[in-house]
Design a protein around this ligand. Structure first.
Ligand SMILES: C[S@@+](CC[C@H](N)C(=O)[O-])C[C@H]1O[C@@H](n2cnc3c(N)ncnc32)[C@H](O)[C@@H]1O
Length: 197
């Protein structure tokens, strides 16, 4: 599979850093552990963190170069992580998971709802979705994310996409990102947590 992300990841390692997303690390600490799926996990910074915490981690990305890095980082850390090269619209998990984490997984607008529905389907009943992505107001900043407004999020949009979940957090925030060279500086993000009934 050829991905436009291959060239980016081949050009420089740790594009989003090697540390987990701050919201992910904080949200995950509320759970005891179990199985977690990280779609579009890139070079695996979040999967690596979860594996180090003892989670049974499945992660995928369409970039072979990103997945190779993720697997190498896991091997170097001596932890187990199931990393697969796959497109989000073709992925079928071995079994539904306790947690699905979507981090900066921005799809073309005409496929966003389909992708988010798939993320719901990948959860067990009682499982939790954790998401962080750029808000539409991010276009005023140069700290990362797609330049196409239609690919960005609002809490209202996420409330509709994930209406079958019991939503416990769905907010817009201004934060300062410090995640590798591609996520640096003031940013507008949305953070979402919801549990499948
Ligand atoms: C902005 S990066 C974020 C990577 C990672 N989630 C993180 O926060 O470090 C977006 C990632 O989504 C992946 N991606 C985009 N569209 C995809 C698709 N249709 N299927 C699988 N991965 C995809 C890209 O290859 C890229 O690694």
């Amino acid at each position: 599979m050829n991905s436009p992300w291959d060239a980016r990841y081949a050009n420089q390692e740790a594009l989003y850093g090697k540390e987990p997303n701050a919201f992910f690390a904080q949200a995950l600490s509320q759970f005891e552990g179990g199985s977690i799926l990280l779609p579009c996990d890139g070079e695996g910074r979040n999967g690596l963190f979860a594996a180090r915490q003892g989670w049974d981690v499945h992660a995928f990305d369409s970039s072979q170069v990103g997945v190779d890095t993720a697997q190498r980082w896991a091997d170097e850390a001596g932890v187990s992580m199931h990393c697969t090269v796959c497109d989000a619209f073709e992925y079928a998990p071995p079994q539904p998971c306790d947690v699905v984490g979507l981090f900066y997984a921005h799809m073309p607008s005409d496929r966003r709802m389909e992708f988010h529905q798939r993320a719901i389907d990948w959860l067990k009943p009682g499982g939790t979705l954790i998401l962080e992505g750029f808000h539409r107001d991010q276009l005023q900043f140069q700290s990362g994310g797609p330049r196409d407004e239609a690919m960005l999020f609002t809490p209202e949009m996420l409330a509709l996409d994930f209406c079958e979940l019991a939503i416990t957090q769905n907010e817009f925030l201004e934060v300062t990102l410090d995640e590798g060279p591609l996520h640096q500086g003031k940013a507008c993000v949305t953070r979402f947590v919801g549990t499948k009934r």
